[in-house]
Unconditional design. Sequence first.
Lengths: 188, 182
Amino acid sequence: MKKTVLIVIAVLAVIVVAAHYADKATRLSPKGASTRADNPNGAGKPAPDVTLKDLDGKDVNLGQYKGKVVLVNFWATWCDPCRVEIPWLIEMQQKYGAKGFTVLGVAMDDEGKSVVAPFIQKERFDVNGSKSPMNYPIVLGNDAIADKFGGLLGYPTSVLISRDGKQIKRITGLISYEEISKTIESQL
Amino acid sequence: MRLAAAVVAGGLLLIVVAAMPSRPQIPSGREVVSAAAYVSSDPVARGSSFQVAVVMKIRNGFHVNAREKSADYLIAADLRAEVPAGFKAGDVSYPKGELRIFSFSKKPLNVYEDQVILRWELSALANAPLGAQHIPLKLRYQACSHEVCLPPVTQDVDATLNVTATANASRPAHPELFPAQR
């Protein structure tokens, strides 16, 4: 009888602990980028086979980046936290671009090219004291593309893809520069 | 002993249920704001002016950009309508926002939080259709939490009113929203 009670307690304790950590992993804290939601959904799964249009109207297939580590960054011109990340992404592209890494910016503005193209052309971002344009490929996204990535809860959302085309990490909200850099370096 | 085991198991089961992850933590843009429209008179007399108040209730932990946005690229709160024949629309007055600093912004942003009221001046013309009328409003906003921004949303909000031929029966309505008419 005592044994049964102990087993019940042990099983329930495991469930409690597991539920606690599962909840913590998906919870958005009210403040602080360092506690953004790291969503493990999709981790280890193959990246979706998607074809997007670049700003010249040319097809860009995600598969063409196979062999590179790719940080797919869903953003929009009206999204303030997305703008905070852009200088970090420019810096990552500068730092790791020659080592087999690229950022792929997926612009999710409803108006598409008409707002994204002028933004790319005009905006300059402060990267270590110098004004830099966005130096990584930009493509136009939509809800169908987002759905292929499992749907987006908000912007920015970043998905890191390994050289062999597997999703490694998915972050909803601001990325942590240090953390994502470490993960990128571990993949290069 | 059996009773003790049942009590312990029951207690732990309650803890498990309480600790289980609840629904998704990030709502959609549509879920962040609930909006309803109220009319200042009931009924509204032909040839009179009235107000429509749109009450935006914004979910705790989220904000929407105020009408006076802090940067050109932001999407401001916006109320529009195709006013039906027999009515004339005046200006919408938007409340002032609150300047708030968020973890993602270097400078304060002018935003709406909690509850705000947008007010629209309208007139029922002499030829306004009598009886129950609807003014379909479109409320556009873009919401963010401290960490993530949601796509812009346009919500349909319906202002319903009853139009009468004369002012005799017209009474102020919703004094909590239209205090000037008390």
